[in-house]
Design a protein around this ligand. Sequence first.
Ligand SMILES: [Zn+2]
Length: 397
Amino acid sequence: MQTSIFTQAVDSLHDFTFQTYKHLTENPELSWKEFNTTRFLATELDMAGIPYRITKRGVGLIIEIKGREPGSQTVIIRGDIDNLPIVEKPGKLIPSQVQGVSAACGHSAHAAMTLTAIKILWEHRSEFRGTLLALLQPAEELINDPGCLYLIEHEGLLDYPNIIGAFALHCTPEYLPGDVHLKAGEFMASANEMRIRFLGKPRHVQYTGANTIIAASAFINDLQTIKAQHVQALDPLLLAPSKIKSSNSEMKGSNILPDSTEVTVVFRVFKPAVNEKTREMLVKIADKTAEIHGCKVEYTLYDGIPPVKNDPALTHWAEEKLSNLLGREHVKPADYRLGGDDICFLSQRVPLVYIRLGSGGAEAYQFPLHDAAFQVNPACLDTGVRVLVSLAFQKLQ
Ligand SMILES: [Zn+2]
């Protein structure tokens, strides 16, 4: 019965959800710069009379909705609100109006769905027991300074009583709208990053001495030995140089060798031992390469983020509830991904279920996350709202 009440509420807010999604897709902001987004979401909450607080850093919102016996238990739902520095391809249904910034990970949809879920749960707060904590979270995209960890460490996220469940969803273009995909246990990788700078002296090309570009390319070539020689073939390791920049990149002429070349390497793993080994070998290879090429080396090795882990018991509970809500044929297994999500910091501390929400379908919606042509199929929006409302409401009984 409650399910049908919520379906009506989701239907009646359909235009609201879409318009929120459209506005946020047109006006995307980068991580830790979501000031207009925060203001926009705060205004919507004000109009609905829903209390909230903005984080101390001025971006992102925490909404606390108290039901009966608010101190008895807490459930969290999260929607992320940051976007990516990507120049979009033309032809999208809702193009970004901000040059060079794109909602290319679907966070505009996550924020819109979460906002509508908050509005519905607010209206029904007398019917649940405990506190609903909704996060409109900044800076999901950063491995360094991730928003979820900030909320835990500086906004007292874990101080709420008896957190019995947390739910988040992520648009997934490989899956169909109307479908959700779940997997118990660890299913998204630990994401890590290292920056290596080879340092030499600037000089004219005719003189001998260290060439930091050659050192950087030797380092890049040797990266493959980590996977081939130091990690079991059945243990996943994604290791990719993703950026390279020399100090003379912006100069006009081409006859001066740069005094530094910087390489960024990203690596994704599941096992801590593989993470350790990769870190150790990256440093070793960088040191040895610098020695052979007669240059110095500096590096920054970030802590990285751990894998996202779905709580097995809560995942099975959610599968049952979602089968009732959407039909068993729409609740499917999720596959392993080497993508990361900073909700991992929450999943280490409280029972969490991270749900992949199908957002693909027609060809125009099948471009991968972070692609310049990525866009969410708006047909998935109402499903996402129903998922968030239904899981949070039923857990708070
Ligand atoms: Zn994302």
